[in-house]
Ligand binder design. Sequence first.
Ligand code: ADP
Ligand code: ZN
Length: 511
Amino acid sequence: MQDPRDILRKTFGFPDFRGVQPQVIARVMAGANTLAVMPTGAGKSLCYQVPSLALEGTCVVVSPLIALMHDQLRAAEAVGIRAATLTSADENRDETIARFRAGELDLLYVAPERASNESFRRLLEQARLSLFAIDEAHCVSEWGHDFRPDYRLLRPLLDRFEGVPRLALTATADAHTRADIAEQLGIPQDGMIVAGFDRPNIRYAIAPRENTTRQIQDLLAEQPGPGIVYAQSRAGVDKLAATLAAGGRRVLPYHAGLDPQVRRRNQAAFVASEDMVIVATIAFGMGIDKPDVRFVAHAGLPKSIEAYYQETGRAGRDGDPAVAHLFWGADDFARARQRIGEVEPARQPGERTRLAALGALVETAGCRRRILLRHFGEDAPETCGNCDNCLSPPAAVDASVVAQKFLSAVFRTGMSFGAGYIESILLGQSTERSMTNGHEALSVFGIVSGEEAALIKPVARALLLRDALRANEHGGLEFGPGAKPILKGAADVKLVLPPKRERRGRRGAAG
Ligand code: ADP
Ligand code: ZN
């Protein structure tokens, strides 16, 4: 048996293992079932590639996406690992099967749905197996952010090959999901190896969306280096890419709707470039190895904290300073809530918890990194010195009274008007509409003035985020379950105001 460190040097050309790699590899080599939780970029693939070369037999790698499999295959072959994929899309299946049987493969990549296929099981019995590597193992857990029922087919297969060790790998698991993955895959709880999640060179910055295009244009104007801008839809990508390209910087779009050739060309251009910006859907980035990405910007709310961490984790893999910007809107939360209402009832509580965690991350006046790390079960100091809130602490304002006024205005006007109209009522702005509606006679007309006026918009955003207000299909605001406790004074509405706005308010008060 070859020494793993020799393999690392000779085959991969790396001088040393990183982080928890040596621990994971030692456990695997000793034949112990293992769950490795390592952030994106930490080098998970090496944890099974090195044993696959050191151990006798073939390592079967379960991977959820064919595109990902092909990237991994190319990378493995590039360093001289004997690898193949076995999918319905492959033309050389007979050849792959023959090589596998003859013991000529170090790695065999397969999709999870193969696991239930009886002829595949028989095939595995005809070859010598060194290891099962289960990539993206969070897909096995309903608590995870990307549950795939096919992953549930793996357990019976793994159990049939008791003598073959299993290594589950994931980047994105909170403590609860982690325990579930181990349970589902028959890995002992003490077989878990968790790497540190902190990415100290990434600065986190999160702001409410005002004018996304403008905000991202401003960002591009001051932020050098290659960057990724994540938009929420294909149409959004095309539009944003076109607008940003007009600003002079090299900007290209990337999404699944583009011609495959264009997509490949744009991706290759980005990987090779030192200053380009790619505007993409979240599909972009998986399996792309570009260490010098200087910024990642989200034009809308990511799916979960896990997704945010993974997507922002594509910045600064070289260890040099990088920035992660997120621009969120109250409507992102409303849409997410609507989507949750459409998933199976059993999964709704988990999804709601995930959304609440995102709400806490974007609304906090405290350290963003602390929230992220604690989410992944790690302890973290109160401040990190490298996120927007630590670098310029925002002012926290108790806006409960303005929130109550806003809610009563919504109520008094019959729960059918939008935020702009409610604001004009609160400010006492007389319009034709307010006159015809007879709303100028209401007690809430003109009830907000002076310094409080600046709080109206942020209050509306906070009420929507908290599900105290919901917009109906016509944009009219209605009460949600969060409204009552605020009206009764049982729940506070604390607002975080960016430092800039606070300064403006003070100047106004003095003058
Ligand atoms: P992950 O799957 O955890 O996101 P990868 O396996 O794709 O990460 O590895 C990320 C990058 O780090 C790759 O370019 C890989 O070659 C590199 N890498 C992994 N381990 C080491 C190491 N010990 N020394 C140097 N580079 C490494
Ligand atoms: Zn911080």
